[in-house]
Design a protein around this ligand. Structure first.
Ligand SMILES: Cc1ncc(COP(=O)(O)O)c(C=O)c1O
Length: 364
């Protein structure tokens, strides 16, 4: 039957203008050095909890509060200062929905984590990007110069992705002081590999919001669990925005075991840091340029053959992430640092691939 297609429902104008964001999640069998996940596994204690979940438990809507009390205690905060979220991504979404409207501005040092721009572009606010220099150092003065009364959100990933660069506490404080009308998001997704934090500012400085995730060191990216920490006053607004059920009961059930097994996290982070040292030494040997990183990944500069290199690595079962399209990252490939054993395999694959593509250096 031939039906006449009339024009269907139309989305809001700004949704029409949004770009789709499709991370390359298809066919990820192999060694996953592409999404900065834990490359091995979560704590065995978490798996034990999952194995004990009863059928009856799954019939109930999840209750966040008991787990929020535990994580607050773990982070030395008050329960009213923490909100568990469906990964940090939901926390960013909630933050954008809470604070951004027409006439507002979001300030982003770039390159940085893609989802800040994605969620900000779903609001009526204007995106203001501040490009870092060729070393990807935090552009403090340029950022301060862009702050206006309309600035409502400033997003800082610390360490930053895809660069691995960090921002010093004093610089964060200067931004926080220069923009009291704005929320300053400090995204500490890679905290366990860096060890420095500004979470102690929560409750003392009203416009600081800190985020943490269980997707990286904890090895629970599939469960989707994140933490948003903020001043109680601010948290009241964000609790209005978030769905009461967005963190599922499996994630909530696993949280006590995950934070209870500190030895596992310490072991994993230590192994990754040792692996990062060995990996960067191998990059030096191979003459591959890279930026020093404080996270569980390293941004390398492969040059014009970046796509060919990523393809050759995939053929050897090692997934790495082409970041060449990120601002200022032409020719760059980001490589996750996993366990030492995994990275030994990563180095072997890399040596073979550079030979295979007849790599002549990053300026080719
Ligand atoms: C800086 C940063 N923040 C947040 C995330 C995502 O965290 P989650 O899995 O908790 O949504 C990532 C993931 O790559 C990231 O690099």
């Amino acid at each position: 039957m031939n039906s006449v297609r009339t024009q269907g429902p139309q989305p809001r104008e700004l949704i029409r203008r949004m770009r789709e964001y499709h991370p390359p999640l298809g066919d990820r069998s192999g060694l996953r050095l592409d999404f900065n996940e834990n490359t091995l596994a979560c704590s065995p204690r978490v798996l034990e909890v999952l194995g004990q979940i009863s059928r009856a438990e799954l019939t109930m809507y999840p209750e966040r509060e008991p787990a929020e009390r535990l994580i607050a205690d773990h982070l030395k905060l008050k329960p009213a200062q923490v909100l568990l979220t469906n990964g940090v991504d939901e926390a960013i979404h909630v933050l954008c929905q809470t604070y951004l409207g027409a006439g507002d501005e979001v300030l982003l040092p770039v390159p940085t984590y893609s989802m800040y721009a994605v969620y900000a572009s779903g609001t009526d606010a204007k995106l203001v990007e501040v490009q870092t220099d060729a070393d990807f150092r935090f552009p403090l003065e340029a950022l301060l110069a862009k702050i206006t009364p309309a600035t409502k959100v400033i997003a800082i990933a610390n360490p930053n992705s895809p660069t691995g660069q960090v921002v010093q506490r004093d610089d964060i404080l200067r931004v926080v002081e220069a923009a009291p009308q704005a929320v300053v998001l400090v995204d500490e997704a890679y905290f366990h590999f860096y060890g420095q934090t500004v979470i102690d500012l929560v409750g003392r400085v009203p416009n600081v919001i800190v985020m943490r995730t269980f997707s990286k060191a904890y090895g629970l990216a599939g469960l989707r669990l994140g933490v948003l920490a903020a001043d109680e006053e601010q948290m009241r607004w964000m609790r209005r925005v978030i769905s009461p059920y967005s963190v599922n009961s499996l994630a909530l059930a696993c949280l006590p075991a995950a934070i209870g097994d500190q030895a596992y996290i310490d072991w994993y982070a230590d192994d990754v840091l040792a692996a990062r040292g060995e990996f960067t030494a191998a990059l030096d040997r191979m003459d591959v340029r890279y930026w020093p990183s404080e996270a569980n990944f390293v941004l390398t500069h492969i040059g014009p053959s970046h796509a060919e290199f990523c393809r050759a690595m995939r053929e050897r079962g090692v997934l790495v992430r082409d970041r060449s399209a990120d601002p200022g990252c032409d020719g760059c490939v980001r490589i996750t640092i996993g366990t030492r054993k995994h990275m030994q395999r990563g180095v072997l694959a890399m040596e073979e691939c550079l030979r295979e593509i007849e790599w002549m250096g990053d300026a080719e």
